[in-house]
Design a binder for this molecule. Structure first.
Ligand code: PEP
Ligand code: MG
Length: 930
């Protein structure tokens, strides 16, 4: 049998189903599924995503065999409906829509009412007796076709749509305000004017032949896969270019055939809050794009009960059928044609983080999905939204009482945002680039605005509903959004916005509350979210915090399924306490040098570095010892027996030095030496490449007394904590080790100090000595290093820097273009470069475990908080990841998802590694070398 490229659906049967998204795209697969379920779907056919690939390989032409197959399906469609495309008595009209595997709302093109020409329009007038409807459909078709296929569209950012300009001109001539006041003759005239404008400005005639229209439209939809907005969107959401789009050709149904017709979009649950209520909007006597384009503000779906009770009841039934079948919250599009309901689309609905979490949790309670499935549905980074700030209530109340409430719109994207007004996307991007916080303020947004929306703190629109472009995209991006704020009058030309008689200009501050829909003049400070108020500030009772409760449930499930432990990178007791509140199980990295910047410590630290002699250095170190001990005690106390990895001093010394004369003079007087001497010493410590200079364990080797002092501070703190009956488990970590002898040198000092402190203090405590694996030689000789190290912690910041030969401090200038040019798929300092750095990690794990089967393995580079990198750490069998306190919840969820979703192969490898480790554990340790 020949390869199938076209799939039919409708009339209660379908050649596809919901599991065929790869071939049919999301829209095509779900239309097929709905048709198969016997739901009222207008029939049609899907040209598969494989054809998209062929289209580009075939110099943007559709292969002959595909055309033939599509024509056969068209014939089938005509037969099912008893109408023909181009028929001059009873013409069939079709829609042509894109549909990729992943939803890309509004990014590609759509054409409706295809098949209309002068003759078929006349036939339809005769058949329906409704010339206004026919010519309204015709002018929409010419407008869409002219834009999408023939390329007549705005060029510059402030340009008005050329077709809208013609409509406005016509309305002016006729002295009318609204589109609905245009008569059939007006609309017919508009069709003629549109065609003339197309001819004049593009040189193309508008095609009268419906088959020519059809192939033009199908080609244009495939072509829209590579338009700028689709490309940007794919980059933003990691959608591979190779997926391609399918094209759906479907019989038209009309929502604009009179007051018994209408169209709407709905979610099976509230997409903003996640509540289990039918939620959506509709417009009577309108076509689909009127609802989503935000041109008319639609009505809430419950009103449909009054306008068309039968269709409403049918939609309610379909809502439940779909949720049961897809076991998810669905986003649907429907049309009512003269009292008859049709389903045009369904797809898994986009939702806010709040909604995603609530829906997942509720669906577990409703037994629609399992806990594991629920975890799979919440992207770890979505948790960020729950941690995002809300407005300071007192300040906001005062602003409102003070009369600064400008307007109220729809609460389309929850959260609080404050920023300066900009009126277009290009400015939003440019202002954000120079560090300004901006609110993108538009009459309505369109897919062209995607980059500006991404750059803005929040989005404010004057038109459009909860399912308008602005609302949908903002929610998906996790942006704060107030939409459909009809009281705002925007003047793009003057760059002003007026409401309640007050005019705000570009650059003025404005605050928007995406949870309530309020728009407030001026700046309002934000404050921590509900989750933070419960966990960190402890100012909110968890019983009164529903969002927190849902969050806590997800965290509980995540903890049930993850195998990775989650630690945190923290150097202060308060940071450690925050991390514990977020669920951290230990500290994976305490950068001791950060402590030296604290109260009263930088002075003695500088004295220590600038000292000429051992004696001078010891004097300075003696000042530092009690200060560090106090810091460690604070951390141990908060961590209450959880493991704490403390790293000995690591950064290049120049980072601590006084570079300005005033500071150098101050240090000189503190040390009782001359300013010139200090200046000379600073100059002598200059390094050309400090990142590869005197840093890490090299410092401790050149100045062993520094390591000894730090070890003493750690162990004296541990002894003090032990004496207070609190558990303590220090893990001393030596940085930048490339040779086992470096580690052995430092380890000896640490162990001797531990023994001495235990003897002096008369207490015993457990401790470990280990190392960071952060330079390639360390990874490659991990078997030797593991003879000494009781644990490895991957310092993937430095390991990335040294493996790629890319300076972590200077990479900004070329890494962004590198990612844009797809030389690197992702910034390697954000997401582990699995093939390079990851390969070294695998080697180190394997070699380390060979020598020391029980070796503890973790990661403390920034990648420890990145979900993809966490998955990789899970796959190679690390014991824990360590990340910044605020990423701990994200890491918990990412670790659970890695355990559940990283695939059977990854799972099998993981199990094998664990089993091997357990077996080796039983065979005992090798003796460490000294
Ligand atoms: C690392 O290199 O990954 C690391 C955690 O250490 P630092 O960032 O302090 O160099
Ligand atoms: Mg490092």
């Amino acid at each position: 049998m020949a390869h199938q490229y076209v799939y039919f659906f409708g009339a209660d049967r379908a050649e596809g189903n919901k599991n065929m998204k790869g071939i049919l795209g999301g829209k095509g697969a779900n239309l097929a599924e709905m048709a198969g379920l016997g739901l009222p779907v207008p029939p049609g056919f899907t040209i598969s995503t494989e054809v998209c690939d062929l289209f580009y390989k075939n110099r943007k032409r559709i292969p002959q065999e595909v055309c033939k197959e599509a024509e056969k399906n068209l014939a089938k469609l005509e037969e099912v409906l008893g109408r023909k495309l181009g028929d001059t008595k009873d013409p069939l009209l079709v829609s042509i829509r894109s549909g990729a595997r992943a939803s890309m709302p509004g990014m590609m093109d759509t054409i409706l009412n295809l098949g209309l020409n002068e003759k078929t329009a006349a036939a339809l007038v005769a058949k329906t007796g409704n010339p206004r409807f026919v010519y309204d459909s015709f002018r929409r078709f010419v407008q869409m076709y002219g834009d999408v296929v023939l390329g007549l569209r705005p060029v510059k950012k402030d340009d008005v749509d050329p077709f809208e300009a013609i409509i406005e001109e016509k309305k002016r001539e006729r002295g009318i305000q609204r589109d609905t006041d245009l008569t059939a003759d007006d609309l017919r005239d508009l069709v003629a004017r549109f065609k003339a404008a197309i001819k004049k400005q593009t040189g193309h005639d508008f095609p009268e032949d419906p088959m020519k229209q059809l192939w033009g439209a199908v080609g244009a939809v495939f072509d829209s896969w590579m338009n700028d907005r689709a490309i940007s969107y794919r980059k933003l959401y990691d959608i591979p270019e190779t997926w391609g789009t399918a094209v759906n050709v479907q019989a038209m149904v009309f929502g604009n055939m009179g007051d018994d017709s209408g169209t709407g979009v709905a979610f099976t649950r509230d997409a903003a809050t996640g509540e289990n209520v039918f939620y959506g909007e509709y417009l009577m006597n309108a076509q689909g794009e009127d609802v989503v384009a935000g041109i008319r503000t639609p009505l809430p779906i419950v009103n449909l009960k009054k306008d068309d009770a039968k269709s409403y009841a049918q939609l309610e039934r379909i809502r439940h059928i779909l949720e049961k079948r897809f076991t998810d919250m669905m986003d649907i599009e429907f049309t009512i044609q003269q009292g008859r309901l049709f389903m045009l689309q369904c797809r898994v609905g986009k939702r806010t983080a709040f909604a995603a979490i609530k829906i997942a949790v509720d669906m577990v309670d409703e037994k629609l999905i399992s806990e594991k499935e629920a975890l799979g549905r919440i992207e770890p980074d979505q948790l960020n939204q729950l941690l995002r700030p809300i407005f300071d209530h007192a300040e906001k109340d005062a602003a409102i009482k003070g009369g600064r409430l400008l307007a109220r719109g729809l609460n389309a994207g929850p959260g609080a945002a404050t920023g300066r007004i900009v009126f277009n996307s290009v400015d939003a991007e440019a202002w954000a680039k120079r560090g300004e916080k901006v609110i993108l303020t538009r009459i309505e947004t369109s897919p062209e605005d995607i980059k500006g929306m991404n750059a803005a703190e929040g989005i404010l629109t004057a038109r459009g509903g909860m399912t308008s472009h602005a609302a949908l995209v903002a929610r998906q991006m996790g942006k704060v959004c107030v939409a459909g704020c009809g009281e705002l009058i925007m003047d793009y030309g003057r760059r002003t916005m007026t409401a309640k008689g007050r005019t705000l200009r570009e650059g003025d501050w404005i605050s928007i509350d995406g949870t309530t829909g309020q728009v407030i003049e001026g700046k309002i400070h934000t404050k921590p979210s509900e989750v933070l108020q419960v966990l960190i500030e402890k100012t909110l009772d968890p019983a009164k915090a529903p969002v927190y409760q849902t969050f806590a449930k997800v965290m509980k499930w995540a903890d049930k399924y993850r195998t990775l432990k989650i630690r945190t990178n923290a150097d202060q007791p308060d940071q450690s306490a925050n991390a514990v509140a977020f669920g951290a199980e230990g500290i994976g990295l305490c950068r001791t040098e950060h402590m030296f910047f604290g109260e009263g410590k930088i002075g003695p630290m500088r004295e220590m570095i600038l000292a000429d002699t051992l004696e001078q250095r010891k004097v300075a170190l003696a000042k530092l010892l009690p200060l560090q001990r106090k810091d460690f005690e604070g951390i141990f106390e908060v961590m209450a027996g959880r493991p704490v990895t403390i790293r000995t001093i690591d950064p290049p010394l120049h980072e601590f030095l006084p570079h300005e004369e005033r500071e150098q003079r101050h240090v000189a007087s503190e040390m009782g030496i001359s300013y010139e001497k200090v200046k000379e010493r600073v100059e002598s410590l200059h390094e050309f490449n400090p990142m590869l200079g005197l840093r890490g364990c090299r410092l401790g080797i050149i100045y062993p007394e520094i390591t000894e002092t730090q070890a003493r501070a750690i162990f004296e703190a541990a002894a003090a904590i032990r004496k207070r009956g609190i558990g303590v488990e220090p893990e001393v970590m030596i940085p930048l080790v490339g040779h086992v002898r470096e580690l052995a040198h430092q380890e000896r000092i640490v162990r001797q100090t531990a023994e001495a402190v235990m003897k002096e203090q008369g207490v015993k405590f457990k401790y470990l000595v280990g190392t960071m694996i952060e330079i390639p030689r360390g990874a490659l000789t991990a078997d030797e290093i593991a003879e000494v190290a009781e644990f490895f912690s991957f310092g993937t910041n430095d390991l990335t820097q040294t493996t790629l030969g890319v300076s972590r401090d200077d990479a900004g200038r070329f890494l962004v273009p590198y990612v844009e040019k797809e030389i690197y798929a992702k910034d390697p300092f954000e997401v582990i470069d699995r093939d390079g750095v990851g390969q070294l990690m695998r080697i180190a794990v394997e070699k380390g475990q060979k020598t020391r089967p029980s070796i503890k393995l973790g990661i403390c580079g920034e990648h420890g908080g990145d979900p993809s990198s966490i998955e990789f750490c899970h796959m190679i069998g690390l014991n824990y990841v360590s990340c910044s306190p605020f990423r701990v919840p994200i890491a918990r969820l990412a670790a659970a998802r890695a355990a559940l979703l990283s695939g059977p192969k990854a799972e099998a490898n993981h199990k094998k590694a664990k089993k091997a480790r357990a077996a080796k554990n039983r065979s005992g340790l090798k003796k460490p070398v000294r």
